[in-house]
Design a protein around this ligand. Structure first.
Ligand code: PFF
Length: 453
């Protein structure tokens, strides 16, 4: 096209709609899908929880993702700059909360991603085989007890994240996502296929999709609602930042719907890959957070071909984590570049070092600092995770929905949604959802987290 280039073009742009979709899907698909979704589904009884989760994705997730991308593309700024330009005053705080959330979430996300890299390394060494089956149940405890191992893998993850982000929007973020996302998807389809045709396949399918509505109690509903946020990377300006690199002729609703479908598909496929193995060996689906790092490895070590399956599974987990980690770092880097006018290399290196340092107590939270309880019985890592995903993201999400539905001039939303062949009808549906439906539902989650119900 021969449109005049906007002056902010040096910020970088995705090279195409596909590049934008891959990057946004890379951010959404992460530890939340493969580690967290299967275990919370397991704990809440399956089918009905899954269907309600899908309802949340449609009524809150998609409209909020559209809102973030609209704000990003319209301002072509980082979250702080975007709110400052559109309204300023107290609303700038929403942008600030996003940058702080990116900082905090990435600090411990690197530690958990480090566990996945450690497990990939163990799998490559052949540790998940019958020969070592007696040691496998202790591996997770050993890893958590080792300060050195965790710091080492945390550093490796941070270095990889920094190296990708330093490359910039096109040759860093977009390229990394275009390499890792298709591989991730292929591995997942292969593993889900393997699971489906194993002896636990039918049972897993029923568990995931046959609803038992009596299991859908209010806590399960609220957990589903909260997880929709985390899984779609919403509430902290990650999708806003990615939207700020999108071309004018792209249809934002189409991208948001595509990304949401991909994210949901990956979560369901992860369930279809993991539960058949769990059921084939008669294990409990409600094992909790240890499902991926404790239960699965035990099963890998007993099954034929387990070493190969383990290598593929942990490679999948590492790729999913990395493509999300780079989006978390990009929020902070975009702030440094746009607001402080630093160049990208300086911004990325400084952010990387600071966030690594903040993550050190998270890596030590199960060993040297295990007696340091920040919130109730939670150690440092669990406390920071709890605060950011249960308070920072929902609060940020609530404020963004209120901003998009009630503060932002409707003309901006209409203009952005009509680009790329969008219709008035789609705009009206979005505006209704973001103005009346999403804020009420998000407020419900938040009030529940505060303990009102
Ligand atoms: N969506 C990621 C996951 O499911 O693991 C986590 C995440 C990434 C949350 C980026 C927020 C974010 F901005």
């Amino acid at each position: 096209s021969h449109q005049p280039q906007p002056p902010q073009h040096f910020r970088g742009r995705w090279s195409s709609r596909l590049g934008f979709i891959m990057a946004a899907a890379g951010s959404a698909v992460g530890l939340g899908n493969i580690w967290k979704f299967p275990y919370i589904t397991g704990m809440h009884g399956g089918g009905a929880f899954v269907l309600f989760y899908l309802f949340c994705i449609v009524t809150i997730g998609v409209p909020l993702m559209v809102a973030e991308m609209v704000i990003g593309r319209h301002t072509r700024k980082d979250p702080v700059g975007a709110f400052k330009r559109l309204r300023g005053g107290g609303w700038t705080l929403v942008g600030w909360m996003g940058v702080v959330a990116g900082f905090v979430i990435l600090s411990y996300y690197c530690v958990v991603a480090g566990w996945a890299v450690d497990y990939l390394w163990l799998a490559l060494k052949g540790t998940f085989s019958l020969q070592y089956a007696a040691q496998v149940p202790q591996l997770f405890g050993d890893l958590l007890a080792s300060d050195c191992s965790q710091l080492f893998w945390q550093a490796i993850v941070m270095v990889a994240t920094v190296l990708i982000v330093i490359g910039g929007v096109k040759s860093g973020l977009e390229r990394a996502n275009k390499i890792m996302m298709p591989i991730l998807f292929l591995i997942l389809v292969a593993l889900a296929g393997y699971g489906f045709f194993s002896s636990g396949g039918v049972k897993a399918f029923q568990f995931l999709f046959a609803p038992d509505w009596s299991k859908l109690d209010p806590p399960a509903m609220l957990e589903a609602l909260g997880h929709a946020f985390f899984s779609l990377s919403l509430g902290m300006g990650a999708m806003l930042t990615y939207g700020s690199y999108a071309d004018e002729e792209i249809s934002i609703p189409r991208v948001a719907i595509t990304v949401s479908i991909m994210d949901t598909l990956v979560a369901l496929l992860a369930g279809l890959a993991i539960f058949p193995i769990v059921f084939s060996y008669g294990m409990a689906p409600a094992a909790g957070p240890g499902l991926v790092f404790k239960t699965l490895p035990i099963l890998f070590s007993r099954m034929p071909g387990g070493t190969l399956i383990a290598i593929l599974f942990f490679l999948l987990l590492v790729f999913a984590a990395l493509t999300s980690a780079i989006s978390l770092l990009e929020v902070v880097v975009a702030y440094y570049c746009d607001e402080l006018k630093w160049d990208r290399t300086k911004a990325t290196l400084i952010a990387g070092v600071l966030i690594f340092v903040l993550g050190v107590p998270a890596a030590l939270s199960n060993n040297l600092l295990k007696d340091w309880h920040l919130l109730g019985a939670r150690n440092f890592l669990d406390s920071v995770d709890f605060l950011s995903t249960n308070y920072l993201l929902p609060l940020g999400g609530l404020l963004i929905t209120l901003f998009a539905g009630w503060v932002l001039t409707p003309k901006v939303g209409r203009e952005e949604l009509l680009k790329g062949g969008g219709s008035q009808g789609v705009y009206r549906v979005w505006f209704f959802l973001i103005r009346y439906i999403s804020p009420v539902l998000v407020a419900l989650v938040l009030l529940n987290k505060i303990g009102l119900f």
